[in-house]
Design a protein around this ligand. Sequence first.
Ligand code: X2X
Length: 357
Amino acid sequence: MKGTRLVLAITVILLVTMSVATVSGQAFKPKAEYKMQVNVGPAFDWGIGAQRWADLVKEKTGGEIIIKPYFGSTLLAGKQTNWYQAVADGSIDFVVESTINASSVIKSLNLFNLPFLMSSYDDADKIENGKSGAMIIKEFEKGGIKFLAWGENGFRQVTNSKKPISSPQDMKGLKFRVVGSPIFVDIFKQLGADAVNMNWADAVTGFQQGVVDGQENPKSVLTVVKIWDYHKYMTNWYYVLDPLIFGVNADVWKKFPAKYQKAIQEAAIEAAEYQKALARAYLDGTKSLDLLKTKFKVTDMPIEPFGLAVSNGMVITDLTPAQMQAFKDVMKPIYDKWIPSIGKGIYDAALADMKKK
Ligand code: X2X
């Protein structure tokens, strides 16, 4: 009798557990579409990486999770510096975005905007994967966004329609379009130039109409917009490297069952690696080109960007280390002003990560 009761009790417990499990399994119902914010269009390396992430998520979840990239900041009516808030409050679910565009909200991201802090891709990788990167991710996630991977917009080069630039003096009097992130206005003013905030959505029209004399962006952007149609002069000064962040609203993330979280995380890492290789192609010797060929089986290779610019009439100035140092020397007040808001601890950790201290 006792034995029967025990079996009965165990059976009841088992049935209850199973039905609870089923209910909680059924409790997850994916949205019909998850919205993704992307500032640039689908033809940019950054846009291609965002689309790749969405495609991989669809593939790895058997079509259960559908992410739709909204290119050109259409979800934000072009206001690219609003992405952090929109993803944190859940009006946008996913994001592949520039750290610059979040740096007025997450101050520690301005580490990447300190001019001439990083002098190679190796430096950038060491920060992203190092202690300083972990500290930045922690700050970044506090507002309610889960960080999934680092992508890359790239080293930003300066172009203009007036004259070749090889020294800070050459910048004087020129008017540059910069992103609406305060540190960039400080940097260009420090160089004696005039800086105007403009969203990317309006920038190309601004170049066309000559509202500004120049701008700064990585090759991954400059090649696609055919910057030579507006600007004759480019200076490769590698002054800042702009990483991208692959992220997702924290509540959306928490609601995904573990198997989907795994798929989304893996897809982000794979898409980011591919995207970074596109952004670095031709700029890190043959490393990224080889990766594109062997790992990602790319047959239609991107074109070498600087040769392409020259063949379209651009005059490119490559700075010598001494010329670069002259720019760096002028930047001291930017470091003094911005390190306290970035966090001295993060700055010191970055120097240690890069073994520069
Ligand atoms: O607006 C820009 O310059 C761009 C496209 O590079 C960013 O979104 C930071």
